[in-house]
Write a protein that binds this ligand. Sequence first.
Ligand code: ATP
Ligand code: FE2
Length: 352
Amino acid sequence: MVIESRAPSCEANRSRDAGGIILGIESTAHTFSIGWVDGLGVPGKSVSAFVRPVKGGIHPREAADHHAKHAGNILQELLDNDVQLQDVKAIAFSQGPGLGPCLRIGASVARSLAIQLNVPLVGVNHCVAHIEVGRERCDCDDPVLLYASGGNTQVIARLDGKYRVLGETLDIGIGNMLDKFAREQGIPFPGGPKIESLALEWLHDNPDPSLEGLELPYAVQGMDLAFSGVLNAALNLVEKGVPLPAVCWSLQEHTFAACVEVAERAMAHAGKDELLLGGGVACNERLRSMCQIMATSRDSTSHVPEKFLCIDNGSMIATLGRLQLLWGSETPLDESGVRQDLRTDETPILWN
Ligand code: ATP
Ligand code: FE2
């Protein structure tokens, strides 16, 4: 395998003008969102609606019904306030991976708009969109990416024209684990932000905290990760009467350290000196600071985009759609079917 020594600078991407607005439609799971970027890739606002299951996890059909119900109003809100239809140059949409019924709603909206406006359709890989929005926003060219979201936990680097997964979760995504732990405590979806605030509460009351009595299994297996064992052990601690804020703190410390350890090893193996965080869990300040500490300790830099671009949003889909459009990777209608199991490393990286 030929390995690119270094990815080209993403600065060059910004000097190319797509000549109009790119709309991006996100509908992989719990979020339906339409956002946009201008011709130079500067993100505009995303308008979003979120499925918030009262009980249990996300039901794909119910989520799809939610997306179908909100799609029209979301588009209208964007058109009323931000975007003129005549300025739209292309329609990008999440083609996969994700929940089939949800993906199909986004794809149908995208196809209808592209046909109606007579503009190109661009199907994009949701995971790669999390990466590219970070590269574009943070000015980092060739990072190792720690992609930590609800459904995914992957450590990725660009090698030989694709984003290669160097390590990943062998069971559930880290965000999914946090959401499940939270749900068992009666905390509604998404659980990650509440776990973060409970952990802070524990730190506030215990400025010099110890892990004694709060030990959990460590989730690293070679370059891979696993979270269901940690989840069960954390639930057991609560059952035994350990205070919930203490368990939340310990849960974050153990699982974030595991992710950062794999990311550090990936940086060493792949010879990269930039780390980029992406996905919804990248909103977490403790994870951000662990990444910063690790990167600084190896004379490297750590980057993370604004929080509204870490969670699922239409602007990140538009960001990748613009790059694909500029590099001639449009999606003909007959190839615009959704790809539920699309892998990060299936998408050729044609752009800088
Ligand atoms: P993907 O399809 O990429 O897996 P997703 O459907 O999980 O994405 P995202 O919006 O990328 O959606 O991530 C949502 C996840 O992020 C949820 O699990 C949520 O609990 C978690 N999350 C959001 N904010 C925080 C936070 N501050 N701390 C920890 N986790 C967070
Ligand atoms: Fe996501």
